[in-house]
Design a protein around this ligand. Sequence first.
Ligand code: ZN
Length: 359
Amino acid sequence: MNNANAWEFPWLQNLLESLQRSQNDGTLAHAYIISGARGLGKEQIAIAIAAFLTCEAPNPQGQGPCGECKGCRLNATGNHPDVLLLAPKEPGKALTVDLIRKLSDYVHVSSHAGGARVAVLSSAHKMNSSASNALLKTLEEPHESTYLFLVTDSPGLLSPTIRSRCQRITLPIPALEVSLEWMRKLCGGEFDEALATSCLKAAGGSPLLAMAMLTDESLPSRQALERAFVACLTGIATPESLLASLMLAEPITAIEQILSTTAHYAKLMLDTNQQADDGAIDTAVLGGLVSNATWAQFIAQISAVDADENTRRRALLGNRLVRLYDEIEKARRQIGSPTNPNTKLLLESLCWLTSRALK
Ligand SMILES: [Zn+2]
């Protein structure tokens, strides 16, 4: 899926067309931060933009590169000399200053093909402070026809000065039907719509994550983690049993999952249109979690006869869930930061906080 062409993602087409029109009008900025939840195609859209920027005969209507010129042929093999893709040396590791120097040297050289020169920096929030300072220098001296795309799912971890020097592209979470239709096309004849819908809900609406779940069959383990989390939250299970479930998954994946479950129930309790950074709480509207029955039982137990008192109790729970959400989000940022924190300790403390959150 990493090699997929973003033009084939229906939820990105309008955005891509409008960016290509900006390129044709000469209004494209030199530096962008591409952010959004995991599994929406951030890397793929950056590569798709690089492809039309380095195409020698791009479609004037803004519908992608020509696919036939020398630039397009080089891009198809991933070997265009005017497209640089940079990422941490190993997944999860920091982006070092040497990598950023490589990027700075690269943007100072003029284009091989005489057109645009593009650099894409993946996991941009993984820059340590010296890397971040080096990048700032590059951003302060933009070169003509040079474009930089910083790809990140934690834009809040980038320094405010870097953020102020870049335009923002935030990828939307597509409507459920759009994602389902896309998954149906990919799966062909053997499409199980109910299973695909469950995967989408478990993935917080991210189609690429949902598709991965559908193919690697990780849905049951995600559902097990969700059950363990809600059991700990509602006092049915201990923090130790939640920790055991959390440790089975990759930490960042596990944390993102409990984050979206918390957002779901906070939204349900507060029933207002709360907006978290990058629409994290928006994913909650998808609903339909496997733990809904446990939650409904918990709510029934604490409900009062008086309607006003009930509203008050729900609001109180909602606010407590928002506080827990903030704590989980803090842990997500720590785990995602370049400082390599002690993951087990962080998870232990989260489990304890979860068990206390509604008391
Ligand atoms: Zn072309």
